[in-house]
Design a protein around this ligand. Structure first.
Ligand code: NAD
Length: 248
């Protein structure tokens, strides 16, 4: 049984928690969340080293700022599955993450989250000449009050992550897998007519032209309906040791 700790346990965290119990492959050793009401669970309200030292895998589903503050404590004791991928747009964070993984011999797992195909984007990283991602969300999801369709950002992904850290985790993941935060182009659109989080990803290289459209009902939330399912699949691939057929 994998010993699993949670940093943040809202929409994604609670879906994973229920899934772990259903599958029975993990023991929850702590859930750090100052606000979540989870009766019967080992909830802690602040970072306690005595809790982290019990974990082999820590699942972060809080936000990028919280993750940054906990990074060394996490990697000192376990591997990290992180959903707040925009943290990687901060050079200080990405350098420290590399250093700490080497120092403690840890892995950081980057889930495909709200989109598909990060493995394929990574596989083509030497050939991409242009990677563009366009996201359309409701103003509520973006924390805005636009009354009409508005392009709120267009430019390098690094700055998109600074402006909308909770909304462009998929941009950060694509940048990490493909051409990096400064060469990947992000476009963010706020549209009061939509209830979905929709992403169009275009990748071009010598003789390759790929377009993916992914849309997930969100009703104003930062996380759409697909992500909790994808999160459970990512956790399965990390934790399950079943023999048999695997998607790779
Ligand atoms: N990678 C992706 O594709 C993807 C997709 C959707 C969401 N996300 C990101 O995943 C993260 C979680 O999303 P969610 O929908 O579950 O969010 P959520 O708001 O439902 O849950 C966040 C949880 O973090 C907790 N929290 C707040 N401050 C904390 C602190 N100091 N310490 C510990 N916990 C704290 C909150 O109480 C809450 O329970 C967000 O950063 C979101 O942007 C990533």
């Amino acid at each position: 049984m994998k010993k699993i700790g949670f940093l943040g346990c809202g929409k994604i965290g609670q879906a994973l928690l229920a899934h772990i119990k259903e599958e029975g492959y993990g023991e929850i050793v702590f859930i750090e969340d100052p606000f979540a009401e989870l009766p019967g669970e080992p909830v802690i309200r602040e970072p306690l080293e005595s809790a982290y030292e019990k974990a082999e895998l820590i699942v972060e589903c809080a936000n990028a700022d919280v993750l940054k503050k906990h990074l060394e404590l996490i990697l000192k004791y376990g591997d990290l599955l992180m959903f707040s991928v925009t943290a990687f747009s901060d050079l200080e964070f990405s350098t420290l993450a590399d250093e700490l993984c080497r120092k403690y011999g840890r892995h950081i797992y980057l889930p495909h989250g709200a989109i598909l195909g990060l493995d394929g984007i990574f596989d083509g990283r030497r050939v991409w000449k242009e990677v563009v991602i366009e996201t359309t969300k409701s103003p509520k999801s973006l924390g805005r009050e636009d009354k009409e369709r508005t392009v709120v950002y267009e430019g390098p992904t690094r700055q998109a992550c600074v402006l909308y850290p909770r909304n462009v985790n998929v941009h950060a993941a694509i940048a990490l897998a493909g051409m990096g935060f400064d060469k990947t182009c992000s476009k963010i659109i706020s549209d009061p007519a939509v209830e979905t989080n929709a992403h169009t990803i275009c990748l071009k290289g010598e003789g390759i032209d790929i377009t993916m459209n992914i849309s997930s009902y969100a009703n104003g939330a930062v996380t759409g309906v697909y992500t909790p399912h994808s999160a459970c699949g990512s956790l399965d691939r990390i934790c399950k040791e079943d023999a048999g057929t695997l998607f790779v």
